[in-house]
Ligand binder design. Structure first.
Ligand code: NAP
Length: 302
């Protein structure tokens, strides 16, 4: 079955906490080597929903883990994850949704305890084939591709598992004969944990696809006085600044778009680069404000 949507009939909130959908885990594979420890364990989890959960790449689904949250004594709250598959799912049969999940660990400032496994992400990362999963959603209308994407230019920026939505978006774009240009800036800590790297590498055969990786713990930022980064690490915003001529030419096109997805706070490092690009191309006011006002900037960070 093929799900076809225009922006007028985007599926939203078909399932809620009160009325969720129960899916079945059909695949859970590691996307990374574990050479850098459990923090870099990222999983691609495929859940079968039997054609009951229509969605678009760029939307998110909620996951409610079973049981009671020991911190609150109440049922677990839902956690949102971006869809990491095309709308027809990884198997093309319209029956599955895929998620990209990193094992999360957190530090408790009150107790001083460090490296506490995050409940929901570890639950998802440990799912086995056949395990049931309670889902809500889909949610989100703003991180979608526009209906008329075919000839537009796009700048996609991801940190870590924020790559999830671009996997489905890029596949759908190229399958639909995309004729604009698309940049993918992808920031990860190490060269052997570049999620879905082989898939993105295959798109290099398209001369309108530009794939740029920022490997923060292996490359140094050569321009820290211009684009400062933590401990002079190589971040996506540095690579973007290095490409500012090409990006400026693209952003000068009135229908080009910028998407940011990943770590909360990444926008603080990227917006100044967009401002610099705008200024170099003669934009007098805030370029970020202009992009927002023209609905050409989409941000999904959490
Ligand atoms: P991560 O490994 O902690 O970070 C990814 C890369 O971003 C690293 O190279 C990191 O560098 C770099 N980075 C850190 N701070 C940055 C900044 N201010 N600007 C630019 N780059 C920066 O990422 P993760 O653990 O995968 O976490 C991804 C985030 O995406 C999570 O917060 C998650 O909630 C969110 N998210 C996930 C999904 C999903 O579907 N799973 C969807 C949307 C958003 P260093 O660590 O070397 O400093």
């Amino acid at each position: 079955m093929t799900f076809l949507f225009m922006s007028a009939n985007i599926p939203v909130n078909l399932y809620t906490v009160q009325k969720p959908l129960v899916g079945v885990t059909v695949e859970n594979k590691s996307l990374t080597t574990l050479s850098h420890g459990p923090k870099n364990d990222v999983r691609h989890v495929v859940i079968r929903h039997k054609e009951k959960l229509p969605y678009l790449p760029g939307q998110s689904v909620g996951v409610i883990m079973p049981g009671i949250d020991p911190l609150t004594g109440k049922p677990h709250k839902l956690r949102l994850y971006s869809v990491a598959s095309v709308r027809n799912g990884d198997f093309g049969d319209g029956q599955t949704v895929s998620l990209c999940v990193v094992r999360h660990f957190w530090d408790n400032p009150k107790t001083g305890e460090k490296g506490i496994p995050g409940l929901s992400s570890n639950y998802l990362c440990d799912l086995k084939k056949g395990d049931l999963v309670t889902l809500t959603g889909p949610v989100g209308r703003h991180f979608l591709l526009p209906d008329d994407f075919k000839n537009r230019d796009f700048i996609f920026v991801a940190t870590g598992t924020g790559i999830a939505p671009y996997r489905g978006m890029l596949k759908e774009m190229f399958e639909a004969g995309f004729e604009g240009r698309v940049w993918l800036y992808f920031g990860v800590q190490y060269g052997d944990v570049v999620l879905y790297d082989k898939e993105f590498e295959t798109y290099r055969k398209h001369k309108n696809f530009f794939y740029i990786k920022a490997i923060s713990r292996e490359e140094k930022n050569p321009i820290p006085s211009v684009i400062p980064t933590r401990e002079n690490r190589m971040y996506v915003q540095v690579k973007m600044y290095q490409d500012c001529k090409a990006l400026g030419e693209t952003l000068a096109k009135k229908d080009s778009m910028v998407y940011l997805c990943g770590l909360k706070g990444m926008e603080a490092g990227i917006f100044p680069v967009l401002e610099k690009i705008g200024a170099e191309f003669g934009v007098k006011e805030s370029f970020v404000a202009k992009l927002k006002a023209e609905q050409r900037l989409r941000v999904e960070v959490y």
